[in-house]
Structures are given as C-alpha cells and as structure tokens.
Write a protein that binds this ligand. Structure first.
Ligand code: PBG
Length: 309
C-alpha cells in the first residue's frame, strides 16, 4: 500500500541486433545472453515480444563491412537490412508491436561515426540531410518511431519536416536528447561491428559526463524542434538527468540501460557475485522511480517473463 512506483511489462523496450542471412544466430561475446539474429529470427523474436506484452522493439543492424563507406550511403538504401527487417516484422505482426529505428550513420560509416567525417571533422549540416533521408526510408519501411541517436544539431526539426513532407505525420520522433560520450557503449559497438572501425571518439557531438545543465538545454532544443519523446543514455549512471528532465519538461522520457550496464550485471552474475534477477529487476525499477516512462533494456524478455509470472 505504500509502494510509490512500479515496473510493468509495458515499460520495456527490447533492442535487437540484426545480421544478414537466414536462421543465423551469432553470440555477442561482450553481451552474454544477447545474440545477433537474422531477419527471420528477428521476426520470431518480435512475435515473442508481442506475446510477452512488450510494446515495442528497437532494431540495430550489424552491417556487412563491405557496405560501409565514407558517405554511409547504405543508410539510404530502402532495401538495407533494417528496412527489410522492419517490413517483414510489420507484414507478420502488424501494428500490435511498435518498431523503433535508430537514425544515425554509424552502422554504415566506414569510420564508425554517427556523422559524416571530412578531414577529421564531423560535418553537422551535411549529416542532417542524410539523416532526414534515412528517417524517410525507415518510415516508408513501416517503422512507428524514428530515434535520432546521432546528436547532430538541428536534426529533430529537419527530420520532422522531412517526414511530414512525405506524409509520415504519424511517425513519431524519439530524440536521444541527452546522450553522453560514454564508456558503457563498448559492447554495443561489438554487437553492431562499429567498434573496430571507429576512429577516435564521439566527444565532439556526445555530451560530457560532467554536465547536467547542458542536458536540459539539449532537451529544450529537441522539444522545441518537435521531438515527441526524449531519451537519456546511458541509464543508471544518469538517473539524476532522467529525473531533472522529467520534472522540468513533463515529456515522455525514456532511458536506455545500455550494453555496458547489461554486461556488468551479466558478468557479475556469471561469476556468482550478484543475484542476476534481483539486480536486473532492481535496476529496472530504479528507472521508474527516477521518473522514466520506459526503459530500453536487453533484459526486456527476461524481465517481462518475471513480471508476467
Ligand atoms: C549509435 C548508438 C549507440 C548506442 C545506440 N545507438 C552507440 C554509440 O553512440 O556509439 C548504444 C547502445 C548501447 O550501448 O547499448 N548511434
């Protein structure tokens, strides 16, 4: 009777990694329990999500290295791995499951960055033009939400206009508004294969972990530009940011329990140092207590099974 917050299955969003091929499962060494799945198996996993009551999944491609170029043009291919997968999921599962696509160039970029790079510098405005086209291609494939995770300036407004111009008024934008240059993304970069190719770091466009007011300014800009939802990333080390944002903006606010957070819990549990399920459920509940409306988590199916039990 005195419990103030609760976690439920519809707070969970499940990120999935896609690879080429059929009936393929590849282990991600740094994320025990997570596999890259070929399109057919992602469609199956989407069915599992639906059955469990998970409201949405987010799809991330592990792009064939041969398709990674310095102009990241595979991002705009309407038949790229993400678009083919989204179409297949929607053909099979219809609107009962939300599909979220990441808008950023890193899976397609020869140097692993989220934006185009020339002479060692990120090109903000040229990148934004590509992100708009990428978002439209993904919307055409049928995704419900596009999630710009690139942190370029001005991209939310540009993406909104591009979507509207193509008749995709109903596709929502979840902006990674406060995305920190974090050491916790390492396993994700293994999973999508951008880590090995990444040149330098992302500190010129991702945020300094020391900053909190800056997160507020980033969110204010993205909300003014038309974001429907905002995201904080990583999650647990940044719950103060989640809380401040939810308080100040009263926007749908999501947090991403990122790959490194997942890996820490799994690694400690594998060694018998932590009770995995207890740590998993407590960490997810903490997001809710901080004010998050939902959590991207690789634990989504496991947590959903516990919540449904
Ligand atoms: C990149 C992107 C990243 C994640 C989601 N989208 C990593 C990065 O910025 O390098 C990280 C998610 C995770 O670590 O689980 N567009």
């Amino acid at each position: 009777m005195v419990r103030e917050t609760g976690l439920s299955v519809d707070d969970l969003i499940w990120p999935l990694f896609i690879v080429d091929g059929e009936n393929q499962r590849e282990t991600v060494i740094s994320m025990p329990g997570v596999e890259r799945l070929s399109l057919d198996l992602v469609v199956q996993a989407a069915g599992e999500a639906k059955t469990l009551g998970i409201p949405a999944i987010a799809v991330f491609p592990n792009t064939d290295p041969a398709l990674k170029t310095s102009d990241a043009k595979e991002a705009l291919n309407p038949d790229n791995l993400v678009c083919r997968t989204v179409r297949a999921i929607k053909d099979t599962h219809g609107d009962e499951l939300g599909v979220i696509c990441d808008v950023a160039l890193d899976p397609y970029n020869a140097d692993g960055h989220d934006g185009l790079v020339r002479n060692g510098k990120i090109l903000n405005d040229e990148t934004v033009e590509l992100l708009c086209q990428q978002a439209v291609v993904q919307a055409r494939a049928g995704c419900d939400v596009v999630a710009p995770s690139d942190m370029m300036d001005g991209r939310v407004k540009a993406v909104r206009e591009a979507l509207d111009a193509e008749g995709f008024q109903n596709v929502q934008i979840m902006s990674y508004a406060a995305k920190y240059a974090s050491g916790f993304y390492g396993p994700f970069r293994d999973a999508v294969g951008s880590g090995g190719v990444l040149k330098g770091d992302k500190k010129t466009y991702q945020m300094d972990p020391a900053n909190s007011d800056e997160a507020m300014r980033e969110v204010a800009l993205d909300v003014a530009e038309g974001a429907d939802m905002v995201m904080v990333k990583p999650g647990l080390p940044y719950l103060d940011i989640v809380h401040r944002i939810k308080d100040a903006f009263a926007m749908p606010t999501y947090a991403y329990q990122v790959s490194g957070e997942y890996a820490m819990i799994q690694a400690a549990a594998a060694n018998g140092w932590l009770d995995r399920d207890a740590a998993m459920m407590e960490s997810l509940l903490a997001f809710k207590r901080a004010g998050a409306d939902g959590v991207f988590t690789y634990f989504a199916p496991e947590a959903a099974k516990k919540l449904n039990a």
